[in-house]
Each structure stands twice: as structure tokens, then as C-alpha cells.
Design a protein around this ligand. Structure first.
Ligand code: ATP
Length: 609
């Protein structure tokens, strides 16, 4: 969206409110320096652009100056030769100016594209490093807007805003010099009208700024709705709750808000130009009047050609002045864009690799929780004094009511979050001191919500091990009990899984994600068993896949099924973020506590299904 384009400037809403003023970015030297740092790698091309802009701006004034000669020396002087020479010269300089403009536009676009390329890469890299918390708390629509339209906006800042500032300043300076060379009285007179622009332009500029922000917020809102409600799961929810009418109404309301804002923006810009055009007309008339008086009454050396040149040059000054004043808004908007982008860049990476990360000599998969406390928000503690040890080769089943903190416990192991108190050790080292890549490579998670990328089964499996051979794939799929299914598909491993794997059943997806994690071959396997009821065939297929894995690997399972629980070496019973019971099934079932209740209400029933 070009700064001067959709964000055209209105006058209808008066001045900015205090609150809106506060939301305008503070333009500091540090901010400008940071923006210009992006231009630095392209300084050679920038010098070329600068030269081209200067040359093209100066040449663009030549036809106006030559007009005087055409009139005075050609027409009034009755010289056919000079008339033709000046007309051809005027034509050629105009052509030259345009040709240089084309070259300048090419280099300018080249620079803009390369800067946005750099920025997009930087932003994507930065976002990849953001924590899990960042993605769970920020709206996906906002993140995408930052990556797409905000960075695209930067391109137009460079191709339009920066360019206009340069070319208009140069044209203005040269035009004023040329005017003074012709006649200082008329030059001063023309320039005297310029301040008349300032007041209406400033006012309109402020209003345009407010509308720009409103329109951007509205756009974010629309993006948010589209992302959420037109996603597969969003649509499913809308359909199943019969919310089509409510959603339509919501969308219609934001859409109509957008329409109103757009109309306001455009109309305000239109009114602004009505005022400006009226003011610009005063200048030439004054020049004709005073110029006429000077020639007729004072027998000045001024010629008709001179007055024509002055009027033409005056026309050339108003455009840049007008543009430069409008640019104040574009400049503010551009800086707002950069501020929004930099805000993201400045968000600290919550989970970072340690300064001198440790890579243990021996990978065992041993996990130890030492008095771990954790909370997502400061005012609500989720985990309290969680302490347990998982020895290498053993398995632990975590059970507990919904919301008790089971997923939170396992999220702390691959450092999706860091503990608030206590310590989580992996291979005998605090996970915060371990090399993050080493840690995440050695911890494999099969989550409840299996996520498959839109691609083939093979692509999804090889995401875990890009150099996997066909044999590796088959072995992993056999272990995960999904190979028969894949073989039965016409395209085999090359079967498309659909958007987020939705062409597959829940059970098939789970088994593919088990195969994927087996290919990764981590030292510790974490399995978050699906709570959703699968049909008994899928259920038993998953069970057949998991049981031998538990036997042979260091693993932690969030368990909902009796057979998984029975296969584990130790059961941890979690309630309200605390481990309230621990031991084997046989020891716990008769205690009459939380486990007994869970057994009677959940495990027994599911097992009986
Ligand atoms: P379930 O069996 O239903 O999956 P759980 O035992 O795994 O539940 P957790 O997901 O660990 O429970 O959640 C523990 C508590 O922390 C819940 O009260 C939940 O609302 C809260 N919680 C979970 N994730 C977040 C988050 N990202 N931000 C804030 N609170 C959260």
C-alpha cells in the first residue's frame, strides 16, 4: 500500500485526539539511524539514484526556461531558425529527463526490493527464534501482517517517500534559483503565496495520519477474522455451532467500517486538493498582474517570455512544495511502519541458547525435575514443587484430571517454557545450560494435536530425518503400525495428506507422527496420548505401536488408557500442579485417592470400550 495511495488524506475528522497523538511514533535520531542502516549496504546504487534524480529534476525544468526563449527570440524575434532550435532542444531535454527517470526508477526499485528481501529474511529468522509463548499469545493475523503488508509498505517508502523527498527538494531549489535569475520581484511574489499552503496541508496531514492508523487496525481485524474463521478448524466450529449468521454479521460490520474509513480517506484527500488548487491559482494571476504593470507602467526590461517562464517555473515549485508538505504524513506513516517492524525485532527471545552451551559426552535421556515451580502468568501458579526422576531406559506415565498441569510438565523438558523455580535436568545438566539444538534433537514429542504439513506422507516423515532411506521409512512405519495403511494407498508414501493432514483419520495421523518421531530417534520420547476417543481398531493399532516403544525407550507418557499406564515403570498422579501420588498401578489403585478415582471414572471405562 503506497503511503500516498490508499492512505489519501481527509479533513473530515478534525484534529487528532490526544490518545491518537500518543500513538504516533516518536521520531528519534536512533530510529532514523536504524532505518538508514538498511540502506547502507546499497550506498553505491544510492549515489547513482541521487545523481539520476538531480539530473532528471534539473533537466525537467529546462522546457519551462526554453519556453521564454521560444516566445522572445523565436516568435517575437521572428527567427525561424531559433524557434526550431529551441523547440527541438526543449523536446530533447524533456526526453532526456524522462529517460534518466526510467533508469533512476529501475535502480530505486532494485534497492527497495533488496532491502525488503533482507528485512523479510531477518523477520522470518527472528520469528523462528521466538518462544512458544509468543505464538500462543500473539494473534496469527498480526504476525502475518507484520511479515507481509508492513514489510511491503517499506518498499513503497523507499520507492515513493524517500524518492519524492529527494527529487522534490532538488526541483524546488533549482526552480527558485531560476526564478530569481529572471526577476526577483516576481520571484518573491510567487513564493509569498507558498505559506498559504502550510495551514491546510498540516491540518489535513494530521487527519490523514489518524485515518491511516484506523484503517490499518481495521485491516488487521479483517485479517484476523479471515485467518481464524476461514481456517479449517475455525470453519468446522462455525458450522457445528451454526454460527454462520453471527460470523457473517461480524464480518459485515468490520467490512462496513473499512468502507467508511476508505471513503473518508479519499474524500478528505479530495477536499484538500480543492483548497490547494484554489490557492495555487492565485500565484500565476498575481504574476501576470504585477508583470503586466511592470512592463506597461515602468518600462522594465522584463519580456512577455520572462513572465511566461516565471509562471511556468512557479507551477514547477508548487508541486514539490505541496508534495513535500504531504510527505510529512507519509514520512510519519513510514516511520510508524518501521516502528511496528522494529517493535517485533526488539521483542526479546524468551528462550535462548546458553552463553557457553553444554553438550554432554553421553546421551542417556535421563530426566530429573528438582522442585519445579511454574506459572504462565505471574498471578497464577500452575506447577508446585514437582520432583521426579526418570532413569534412562525407564518410562513414566503422568495421569491426572484435565487442566492439572500434565502438558505443562512435559513442555518444560524441550524448553518450550523455562521453569520459574527449581530446575529440570536432561542427561544430568540443567536444560537451560544445555545446547538447545542438542536438547531438542534428543527429545521427541508426539503431541495430542498431531500436526502434518500439507504435502506427501514421505515429505512429512522426512522432515524428521532428511537423509532417511526408503528402508528407514518402512521400518519406522512398521513400528508405528501404519505401514499397511500406506501400502494400501495407490501412491504409497507419496500420498498427499491434505491441509494439516486432514485427509487422514485422527488415528492415522497419530501413527504417522509416531513414525516421524521414531525416525528422529530421540533419546527421550514424550507421548501425549490423545484424549479424543478413537475407534477400537485405531485404538488398538496405536496401542500395539506404543507398547513396544515404551518397553525399549526412555519415555514419558501423558496417559489416558489403562494399558499405557500398566506398561509404565512409574505412575505420577498430578492434581492442581502437584504430584499427589506416585508408584505402580497395583500400589495406587487401592489407595482410595486421586488415582483410584481416575481409575474408576476414566481408565476402567476406556479400557472396557
Ligand atoms: P489436559 O489433560 O486437558 O490436556 P493438562 O493436565 O495437560 O490438561 P495443562 O495443559 O498443563 O493441563 O494446563 C494446566 C493449566 O495451565 C490449565 O489450567 C491451563 O488453563 C493453563 N494453561 C495451559 N497453557 C497455558 C498458556 N499457554 N497460558 C496460560 N495458561 C495456560
Amino acid at each position: 500500500m503506497p503511503p500516498g495511495g490508499r492512505m489519501g488524506g481527509p479533513i473530515m475528522r478534525g484534529f487528532m485526539t490526544e490518545e491518537e497523538k500518543e500513538s504516533a511514533p516518536k521520531i528519534t535520531f536512533a530510529l532514523i539511524k536504524r532505518v538508514f542502516a538498511y540502506l547502507k549496504p546499497y550506498w553505491k546504487q544510492l549515489i547513482l539514484v541521487l545523481l539520476a534524480i538531480a539530473l532528471s529534476s534539473v533537466l525537467s525544468l529546462a522546457p519551462s526556461i526554453l519556453t521564454g526563449k521560444i516566445i522572445d527570440e523565436g516568435i517575437v524575434g521572428r527567427s525561424m531558425r531559433l524557434l526550431i532550435i529551441y523547440i527541438v532542444a526543449s523536446f530533447l531535454t524533456n526526453l532526456g529527463s524522462n529517460m534518466i527517470g526510467v533508469l533512476e526508477s529501475y535502480i530505486n526499485n532494485w534497492i527497495a526490493q533488496h532491502i525488503t528481501y533482507d528485512m523479510r529474511n531477518q523477520m522470518y529468522g527472528h520469528l523462528q527464534g521466538m518462544s512458544h509463548r509468543f505464538f500462543t499469545t500473539n494473534n496469527q493475523g498480526d504476525i502475518i501482517t507484520r511479515m507481509t503488508s508492513d514489510i511491503d509498505g517499506v518498499e513503497s517508502v523507499i520507492t515513493n517517500t524517500f524518492r519524492q523527498i529527494l527529487s522534490n527538494s532538488i526541483t524546488l531549489i533549482f526552480a527558485i534559483i531560476a526564478m530569481f535569475q529572471k526577476n526577483w520581484i516576481l520571484a518573491l511574489l510567487g513564493i509569498a503565496v507558498i505559506p498559504l499552503f502550510v495551514i491546510p496541508t498540516r491540518k489535513a496531514g494530521k487527519t490523514r495520519w489518524t485515518l491511516t492508523r484506523d484503517a490499518q487496525d481495521c485491516n488487521d481485524k479483517i485479517n484476523g477474522i479471515l485467518n481464524e474463521k476461514l481456517s479449517v478448524s475455525g470453519q468446522l466450529l462455525v458450522k457445528l455451532f451454526c454460527k454462520e449468521d453471527v460470523e457473517m454479521e461480524n464480518y459485515r460490520s468490520v467490512n462496513s467500517q473499512m468502507v467508511k474509513l476508505n471513503i473518508k480517506e479519499r474524500m478528505a484527500g479530495r477536499w484538500f486538493f480543492v483548497v490547494l488548487n484554489t490557492v495555487t491559482n492565485i500565484g500565476p494571476m498575481l504574476l501576470y498582474l504585477v508583470g503586466g504593470i511592470l512592463i506597461m507602467k515602468y518600462d522594465s526590461s522584463l519580456t512577455v517570455g520572462d513572465i511566461t517562464v516565471l509562471v511556468a517555473l512557479l507551477g514547477r515549485t508548487y508541486m514539490p512544495v505541496n508534495s513535500l508538505l504531504n510527505i510529512q504524513v507519509d514520512w510519519m506513516r513510514s516511520m510508524a511502519l518501521f516502528t511496528r517492524i522494529f517493535d517485533y525485532f526488539d521483542m526479546p527471545r524468551e528462550i535462548e541458547n546458553a552463553k557457553d552451551p553444554i553438550t554432554p559426552a553421553k546421551t542417556t535421556g535421563r530426566v530429573e525435575f528438582k522442585h519445579v515451580d511454574f506459572s504462565y502468568d505471574p498471578d497464577r501458579q500452575i506447577l508446585k514443587d514437582v520432583t521426579f526422576t526418570l532413569e534412562s531406559g525407564n518410562s513414566i506415565a503422568i495421569v491426572g484430571p484435565s487442566g492439572s498441569g500434565k502438558s505443562t510438565i512435559i513442555n518444560l523438558i524441550p524448553r518450550l517454557y523455562d521453569v520459574c523455580g527449581g530446575e529440570v535436568d536432561f542427561d544430568g545438566v540443567d536444560v537451560r545450560k544445555l545446547d538447545l539444538k542438542y536438547l531438542r534433537k534428543n527429545v521427541g514429542v508426539v503431541s495430542q494435536e498431531t500436526y502434518l504439513f500439507n504435502g506427501t506422507i514421505r515429505e512429512n516423515l522426512m522432515y524428521a530425518k532428511p537423509d532417511a532411506t526408503e528402508e528407514d521409512l518402512i521400518k519406522a512405519c512398521e513400528k508405528a503400525n501404519i505401514y499397511d495403511f500406506i501400502q494400501a494407498q495407490e501412491a504409497g508414501f507419496d500420498t498427499m495428506v491434505g491441509n494439516r493432514g486432514l485427509k487422514l483419520s485422527g488415528g492415522e495421523k497419530q501413527r504417522i507422527s509416531i513414525a516421524r518421531v521414531l525416525l528422529k530417534d530421540p533419546a527421550l520420547l514424550i507421548f501425549d496420548e490423545a484424549t479424543s476417543a478413537l475407534d477400537s481398531i485405531s485404538e488398538s493399532k496405536i496401542q500395539e505401536a506404543i507398547d513396544p516403544i515404551i518397553e525399549s525407550r526412555t519415555s514419558i507418557l501423558i496417559a489416558h488408557r489403562l494399558s499405557t499406564i500398566l506398561a509404565a515403570d512409574e505412575i505420577l498422579v498430578v492434581k492442581d500442579g502437584e504430584i499427589v501420588e506416585r508408584g505402580k498401578h497395583s500400589e495406587l489403585v487401592g489407595l482410595g485417592g486421586v488415582y483410584t478415582e481416575l481409575y474408576n471414572t476414566q481408565f476402567k471405562k476406556i479400557n472396557e470400550l
